[in-house]
Design a protein around this ligand. Structure first.
Ligand code: COS
Length: 384
């Protein structure tokens, strides 16, 4: 049976998130963007409403929501500001490798820490020399008795400045590529962990993006999330579950671009009529609607597959690649509909265009997604 209706609980979640976005995110988004500031008080309120890491199972104190509910929520927050939404969602990114590979003790301690009080965590994979080529990381982990010593640098880490712990990927030998990679949970307050500069970004400026240094950080073996040879797969399994969230953020951004464009096109007059009556404007609006609808269906399908369990890389990457590219195009079109006004900060759409760009880059570029999609298709995996 196929059903496109949301359940009453899902509708209530969407309504609550929509109200929160309207009242608490939209009014401050432009200023947060301008000042490069994250509203921690808004994060705290989002946390109190259960919007942060809603997928932590009930056994660890969480709400135990599914990925379908999560993408619905992310879309609503993304409608207000994908920068603020990215920082809210980053905890779920950090929690996912623990959900995938953590033992009972790690789940209790670290997933529990995210739902016990407002708190940040971060996922630390990318390095200055290893972005798309994740198997090329150089951060080293060396066993020393019962401990491991981690040394290296991670960059572009969302919420890196505030995280109280990091999931860190490191290798016993870079020459082994993915076969040498392990994963650890590293507490921020350990000796040798230091936070470097926060980046000054083009868009999503409300979210924090920082460099983290690990200088001979000693962690106990209980901090190991995945042994050497298994860490890379945990990183990939994480992306399979989190890339649809990027598609969901893209849906929010696209819906905003569409609604702002419709309102403006009905108001703004040229040649004696509202620009909504010009066919070339109508075409842009129609294409924005098509992109939103197509992405939303793909994102919901990817989320549904996650909730069913099993390997889901194909549709997850499709939802991320299509959604990111669609959001970029819709944001560009929104600026075009607004004309000169679209280019100035007094109107909301130039921010959408700056914010959209990173959707095509973080959690795997649009090119990497197509690599994953093509590999899956060539190996015979289909979307259904
Ligand atoms: N689930 C489980 N295992 C997976 C997997 C997945 N989704 N994808 C790959 N693997 C496994 C492969 O099966 C292979 O295992 P075996 O050695 O047992 O055969 C291993 O992982 C290596 O896979 P592969 O050969 O595909 O690795 P590549 O080095 O070619 O890299 C890509 C694959 C490009 C897909 C990966 O590096 C990637 O996703 N890069 C982008 C990283 C990224 O998104 N960074 C952004 C960070 S911002 S949070």
């Amino acid at each position: 049976m196929l059903n496109f209706e949301l359940s009453d609980e899902q509708k209530a979640l969407v309504d609550e998130a929509r109200r929160f976005t309207k009242e608490r995110i939209i009014p401050i988004a432009a200023e947060c963007d301008r000042k490069h500031e994250f509203p921690h008080d808004v994060f705290k309120e989002a946390w109190e409403l259960g919007f942060v890491c809603p997928n932590v199972p009930e056994a660890y104190g969480g709400a135990g929501l599914g990925e379908v509910e999560h993408v619905l929520l992310v879309e609503e927050l993304g409608y207000g500001c994908t920068g603020i939404q990215t920082s809210i969602t980053a905890n779920a990114l950090a929690a996912t490798p623990i959900l995938v590979a953590g033992n009972e003790e790690q789940k209790q301690k670290y997933l529990g820490s995210l739902v016990k009080e407002p708190n940040y965590a971060a996922y630390a994979l990318t390095e200055p020399g290893a972005g798309s080529d994740a198997a090329g990381i150089q951060t080293r982990c060396v066993q020393d008795g019962d401990d491991w010593i981690i040394t290296g640098q991670k960059c572009f880490i969302t919420n890196g400045s505030w995280a109280s712990w990091y999931v860190v990927f490191a290798t016993v030998d870079p020459a082994l590529r993915h076969k040498g990679i392990a994963a650890f949970i590293v507490d921020r307050d350990l000796a040798g962990v230091s936070v470097g500069k926060a980046e000054d970004k083009l868009g999503q400026r409300a979210s924090d993006t920082a460099t983290i240094n690990f200088d001979e950080v000693r962690v106990p073996s209980s901090a190991m999330l995945a042994p050497p040879g298994e860490g890379f797969k945990v990183a990939m399994q994480t992306f399979d579950r989190t890339r649809p969230d990027i598609g969901a953020g893209a849906c929010g951004l696209m819906r905003r671009a569409l609604e702002e464009s419709i309102a403006y096109a009905l108001e703004r007059k040229t040649f004696g009529v509202p620009i909504a009556q010009h066919q070339m404007v109508q075409q842009m609006i129609a294409d924005m609607g098509i992109r939103y609808e197509a992405t939303r269906l793909m994102v919901l399908k990817a989320a549904y597959q996650i909730d069913q369990g099993g390997r889901n890389s194909l549709v997850a990457s499709m939802s991320k690649a299509f959604g990111a590219d669609a959001a970029m195009q819709s944001a560009i079109d929104a600026v075009q509909v607004f004309g000169g006004n679209g280019y100035i900060t007094e109107y909301p759409v130039e921010k959408l265009m700056r914010d959209a760009k990173i959707l095509q880059i973080y959690e795997g570029t649009s090119q990497i997604q197509r690599m994953v999609i093509a590999r899956n298709l060539f190996s015979g995996i289909r979307t259904s």
